[in-house]
Design a protein around this ligand. Structure first.
Ligand code: HEM
Length: 404
């Protein structure tokens, strides 16, 4: 843990299985050096809630378009073409508008019975008193939900899920400052992207031939200013929706159970009063956001929190640090399920605010409510829990629990 507790370098997030040390590092760094610009790496680290909000709110100065920085091969090019998260306006707005109607609170609320059915079905397959909740529940549920919305057939989902986790897990355990290791990471990513792109093209062709009431069909039929999206753009969009809708929610569901296990008083309160379930979800998103950072690129000389930052620099927004800013959150280290104003940054901010926040919250609510109902004595087998050894995602990859 010393890398988290003792240095002013960004913490190794693989160490987030010790949240106390991470929270301490974030709190101290935010207080001592809320904005740090390093000329050598041309990276600016931003820790304070207010600074993160102002960067995220100014897309013209802080662009999300990093497509020129990824390797210029076919796999990356197609994968990033329709990826909302890497687009600036006006294309960002045009594409986002095509799908926001599917994720409004009213439409999402209608999905609750189906999500409940999927959760019940997974739990009915539990065999014995000890299970890994990641493979048994928290990984399949978000994948099933987003795959159904997209219209991906059941038989193809497992392969798709496998790619998703292979992709986000890549690079976590290697030293990317070693050029050979970095090259291998890029080669692995390119291979997965090429395979996923081919899969998406195949799905697009099938949906075009046999239109259905699902998201892929709406993207195939969609027009922006009288122009259809091209297949590469649809493929990138579909892959983003699947990845963003799946991996993050899986990690959050696992972290939710860990947060309750770490905070027995909160867990008892939630068991006694299920109205506190949404508060527990928001506190998990605040204390353990699955994406602890978000990135931007500086388009003109500017400053952040009084620190000059030149055009061309990269900006790392420490969402996880902003979530512990004492100017915004009373007693930020406490997991408080009754916190009244929880303006955490776990879903991002500004125009790129998460499209699926309502859906993720619904899934988390149904999963936690059902687990608490069916297994009131559920306990995490803490020493056996394993985390993603990655610097970009936080959450358990193996979460063994005793059900009874
Ligand atoms: C707990 C689960 C989730 C978390 C923590 C999460 C987190 C985030 C964050 C932090 C961003 C902003 C990225 C940035 O600023 O660059 C984002 C964007 C996005 N999320 Fe989520 N997300 C979750 C679930 C979902 C789900 C279920 C979907 C399903 C559709 C989804 C789709 C998206 C999309 C499409 C974007 C890009 C939006 C844009 O660029 O305008 N997310 N998410």
């Amino acid at each position: 843990m010393s890398n988290v507790a003792l240095t002013n370098e960004p913490p190794q997030l693989s160490s987030v299985d010790d949240p106390a040390a991470l929270i301490e590092w974030l709190r101290r760094t935010s207080a001592e050096t809320p904005v740090v610009y390093d000329e050598k790496t041309q990276l600016c680290q931003v820790f304070r809630h207010a600074d993160i909000m102002s960067v995220a709110g100014d897309w013209a100065t802080f662009s999300s378009d990093d497509r020129h920085l990824v390797p210029q091969n076919e796999g990356f090019r197609v994968f990033t073409k329709g990826n909302l998260a890497s687009l600036d306006p006006p294309r960002h707005r045009q594409l986002k508008n095509l799908v926001t109607k599917v994720f409004t609170p009213r439409v999402v609320a209608k999905l609750e019975p189906r999500v409940q059915e999927l959760v019940d079905d997974q739990l009915n397959h539990f065999d014995g008193d000890e299970v890994d909740l990641v493979s048994g529940l928290t990984n399949p549920i978000p994948a099933l939900v987003i795959a159904e919305l997209l219209g991906i057939p059941v038989d193809d989902r497992e392969q798709f899920q496998h790619w998703a986790f292979e992709m986000v897990g890549i690079g976590g355990e290697v030293d990317v400052t070693d050029p050979d290791a970095a090259e291998k990471v890029l080669a692995d990513l390119s291979r997965i992207m090429t395979e996923m792109n081919a899969f998406a093209f195949d799905q697009i062709a099938r949906h075009r031939a046999h239109p259905r009431d699902d998201l892929i069909t709406s993207l195939v039929d969609a027009e922006v200013d009288g122009m259809r999206l091209d297949d590469e753009e649809i493929a990138g969009f579909v892959l983003l929706l699947f990845l963003a809708g799946h991996v993050t929610t899986t990690l959050t569901l696992g972290s939710l159970l860990l947060c309750l296990d770490d905070n027995p008083t909160a867990a008892t309160a939630v068991r006694t009063n299920p109205d506190l379930i949404p508060g527990a979800i928001e506190e998990t998103m605040r204390q353990r956001p699955p994406f602890p950072t978000s990135k931007r690129l500086v388009t003109r000389d500017t400053e952040i929190g009084g620190v000059p930052v030149p055009e061309g620099a990269g900006v790392v927004l420490w969402l996880a640090a902003g979530n512990h800013d004492p100017d915004v959150f009373d007693d930020p280290g406490t997991f408080d399920v009754a916190r009244s104003r929880n303006s955490h940054l776990g879903f991002g901010a500004g125009i790129h605010f998460c499209l699926g926040a309502g859906l993720a919250r619904l899934e988390a609510r149904v999963v936690l409510r059902t687990l608490l109902d069916r297994f009131p004595d559920l306990r995490v087998d803490r020493p056996e829990v394993r985390f993603y050894g990655s610097t970009s995602i936080v959450g358990p990859k193996y979460l063994p629990v005793r059900l009874r």
